[in-house]
Design a protein. Structure first.
Lengths: 320, 510
């Protein structure tokens, strides 16, 4: 029971950055801008968050810096792919490389700790919050531990991430902005002829993406750990992308996909070095590769065809 | 009724060195259907795009309802009461009808309030204009005719009084087109003004009150439809008189070159689409296959050309059998003297991304004259392409231009030149003039007759009955996969029409 609770608890913690990044990708890709640069934006935000929080000893400053850097990177991607009509994959990959290199160089130049940022004091961290009555109900059998250990006592950002699932759904399907955003990802011509600016709409989508990636990065360096470590995203941006495809670009399935991948991650950590009955010790690399293997297998035949937004990846040019 | 809905004064528009619109002045009266006809590339679509705010005119003035307006984007056009039904629908395929109609005209930030009102308004429009369509149907699941109706509803929902329809019948079946015409008549009686753009003379005569003819970016004439004729409009369009009736001598058929016996083929769903078809084509004659689209003509051509597998039957080419049990290899058929001009030049006839000179040898690129050892001989290929460009008057005369940048008529000429210049014994042609302008049609028809006179066997499939009648020495009518009748080339249109509609042979003869 304890074991299960612990695994689920780390599942929750590990799925938050995936969830935020995947939702970020959802906004961008639903508007027709493919974003392979989630990884780079998250990494940039994680570094900016860690650096600013350490320098000012303020979690708020850290969060702010993370958001600014991530939105700036997403605007670069937007400029390349919306205004300049460049190749969105190339632009995204470039952002990943820039983030990977710059964070290490600046980290070394500013803090001289081998690309790390200084460990954050509690003032610089995104602190955990206790849900109301967590102590009071802790002794209630079964439900008590679930509430007070599993659900309570996480950083505010985690509750924000899960709240963003229904909010994203509501924005996409119940607001004018969402209707137009989904339309521009399918047929920008329809949006243009309806008298709406394709460019401005896509920029707004890309900014939404930047903000959510910023939160994801801040969570990594300021909540999950206390400080930035070189290349700390470690492919989470790509896993988020896999979750997005896996969920066919829909918010609620995105959450389930991220929880699944988070769970695999948690199990992987827990199983490190432990032999399984009958099989023996499983190489940790295999466990780490599970999300990718699972995506390939499931995409290959179990979830049906994942049809991306029709206008995705294609810059909009007026006829002729 | 003499009030003007739209007046254009001296509109000019250039794209680089190309002047797409030259000093255009146009008056469209309120409550009428005004046709604009012209060949592909005459500047019709550019003019309408200026009116809808997609492009800015270089100079000139637009007057709507007596007031000069300055339209800088589609919003401005919508505000001025102008709606447009685009040639390629501007619909979001996975949205419902209602969502498509609302898009861009939502009342508020939150959709819920707007949806109820939009549904009401849509119901009213459907009732007033007899434009029934299920508001909750998803676009990709409804037929093209209904999708077009949604486009019209979109414009009306935005309060359009003036509707522009750009080549609206290009994607419609004949019954759908007839339905569209009834809708347009209905809209006219309700006081809407309609601008109808097409390159089909028949449609202009059928539906418009007035017609303006465009040629090379200019308006060369405006007529009352009731006071003009197809011949006058056609000659205005091309700047000279067109031979709608092709001149040809009587055929002198020789030996049987292509012989088909009891051919049967199925489509991918297992439905029999070619049913026990037998026919002969002799040297020096054109055999036309008439029929309403979708009665197996396409599949018959594909089977003979070796693209589709036959279920049973046999095909003889120059007296020798062709292997149709598996797929007959189209490459082998080519070397045996069968040339094929496919119906769909974009998907089967050309590679649009290739240069003209490359498209001009596709399928024959392994021949010695194009090779230099194992490599393609670029100089020879280009010389060959330039020769064809001269002979077939392909424009622009640039062998290095991307195939996609040629107009439909010129693309078709590229395919025809490629197949005809191989000097085949048998030429099978599908829809030789689909999407081709009047000037090119005349040219293509002449070339087909020349092939016949040179002793080639020509099998022709076209859904244009006029074309079949103009070219064929013998006409076979296909209905539901079977050949239901054979007539001479000069058979009456009405008689063929009955056969095409599936009326039994005996009844048709009476």
């Amino acid at each position: 029971m304890d074991m299960l609770l612990l695994t689920l608890e780390s599942t929750l913690r590990l799925s938050v950055p995936l969830l935020l990044a995947a939702l970020a990708g959802l906004f961008s890709e639903r508007s027709g801008i493919f974003d392979i640069g989630l990884e780079g934006k998250m990494l940039g935000a994680a570094f900016a968050g860690g650096a600013a929080a350490a320098t000012f000893s303020s979690a708020l400053m850290g969060l702010l810096a993370a958001l600014v850097v991530s939105v700036a990177l997403s605007l670069v991607h937007g400029f390349a792919s919306i205004t300049q009509r460049g190749n969105q994959i190339v632009s995204g990959v470039a952002i990943n490389f820039i983030a990977m290199g710059t964070t290490v160089i600046l980290g070394q130049a500013w803090f001289q700790q081998g690309g790390r940022t200084p460990a954050l004091s509690s003032a610089g961290r995104l602190n955990t919050v206790e849900l109301p009555f967590a102590q009071a109900v802790a002794d209630v059998p079964v439900l008590g531990p679930i509430y007070s250990d599993l659900l309570s006592g996480h950083p505010l950002l985690m509750y924000f991430a899960f709240a963003m699932v229904p909010i994203s759904w509501w924005v996409l399907y119940r607001t004018r902005f969402g209707l137009r955003l989904r339309a521009v990802g399918e047929n920008p011509g329809a949006v243009d002829t309806a008298g709406i600016s394709v460019t401005w709409l896509r920029y707004r989508a890309v900014i939404c993406c930047g903000i959510l990636c910023g939160f994801a990065g801040a969570y990594l360096s300021m909540a999950l750990t206390a400080g930035f470590v070189k290349n700390m995203t470690a492919g989470k941006g790509y896993i988020a992308l896999a979750a997005l495809i896996f969920a066919k670009w829909r918010p609620v399935p995105v959450m389930y996909a991220c929880l699944l991948f988070g769970f695999l991650d948690a199990v992987g950590i827990r199983m490190q070095g432990r032999p399984l009955p009958l099989i023996g010790e499983v190489p940790v690399q295999l466990i780490q590769a599970l999300p990718y293997i699972l995506t390939v297998i499931l995409l290959a035949g179990f979830i049906g065809k994942a049809v991306p937004p029709k206008a995705g990846g294609v810059p909009y040019v007026k006829e002729r | 009724m003499n009030e003007l809905a739209i007046e254009l004064r001296g509109i000019n528009k250039s794209f680089g060195p190309v002047q797409a619109n030259r000093d255009i002045s146009l008056k469209v009266r309120k409550g009428t259907i005004h046709g604009i006809i012209g060949e592909n590339g005459a500047g019709k679509s550019t003019l309408m795009s200026i009116l809808y705010g997609f492009y800015q005119a270089d100079s000139g003035e637009i007057v709507v309802d007596g007031k000069p307006v300055h339209i800088v984007d589609p919003n401005g056009a919508i505000a001025a009461g102008i709606g447009m039904v685009h040639q390629h629908f501007m619909l979001v395929d996975n949205f419902t009808v209602l969502e498509n109609v609302m898009l861009g005209a939502e009342d508020s930030q939150i959709l819920n309030k707007g949806i109820a009102r939009a549904r009401e308004e849509l119901k009213r429009l459907e009732r007033d204009y007899a434009l029934e369509v299920d508001p909750d149907a998803v676009i990709e699941e409804i037929p093209v005719g209904l999708q077009q109706r949604v486009e019209i509803l979109k414009a009306l929902y935005r309060g359009a009084d003036i509707l522009i329809l750009d080549e609206p019948t290009g994607v419609l079946t004949p019954p759908e087109a007839d339905h569209l015409f009834r809708i347009l008549e209905q809209l006219k009686t309700q006081g809407k003004t309609i601008i109808f753009i097409t390159h089909k003379l028949r449609e202009i005569m059928a539906i418009t009150d007035e017609v303006s003819v465009m040629r090379q970016g200019e308006i060369v004439g405006t007529r009352h439809t009731s006071e003009t004729s197809v011949e006058e409009l056609a000659s205005l369009m091309v700047g000279r008189r067109v031979l709608l009736q092709v001149e040809k001598d009587a055929a002198t058929p020789g030996d049987v070159k292509l012989s088909v016996r009891n051919l049967t083929a199925k489509d991918s769903r297992g439905v029999t689409v070619v049913d026990d078809v037998s026919l002969d084509v002799r040297a020096g004659e054109i055999v036309g296959i008439a029929g309403v689209a979708g009665n197996g003509q396409s599949q018959l051509l594909e089977t003979i050309a070796g693209i589709r597998t036959a279920v049973s039957g046999e095909v003889m080419l120059n007296g020798r059998p062709v292997d149709i049990s598996g797929k007959a290899d189209p490459g082998e058929l080519r070397t045996r003297g069968l040339a094929h001009v496919p119906e769909d030049r974009h998907h089967m006839g050309l590679i649009l991304e290739f240069e003209e000179c490359e498209s001009a040898i596709l399928g024959y690129h392994g021949q010695k004259q194009y090779l230099n050892g194992s490599f393609l001989d670029a100089a020879a290929i280009r010389a060959d392409a330039e020769e064809k460009i001269r002979k077939y008057d392909i424009r622009p005369a640039n062998a290095r231009l991307k195939t996609a940048n040629f107009s439909g008529g010129n693309q078709q000429k590229i395919v025809l030149a490629r197949e005809m210049e191989q000097d085949p014994d048998v030429l099978i042609i599908g829809q030789p003039t689909r999407g081709v302008d009047v000037g090119a049609i005349e040219f293509i028809h002449k070339r087909i007759i020349e092939m016949r006179d040179a002793g080639k066997a020509v099998l022709l499939v076209s859904v244009e009955l006029d074309e079949i009648r103009a070219l064929s020495d013998r006409i076979l009518v296909m209905f539901a996969g079977r050949i239901v009748g054979e007539r001479d080339g000069d058979a009456a249109e009405g008689e063929l029409g009955l056969l095409m509609a599936g009326v039994e042979e005996k009844e048709a003869a009476e």
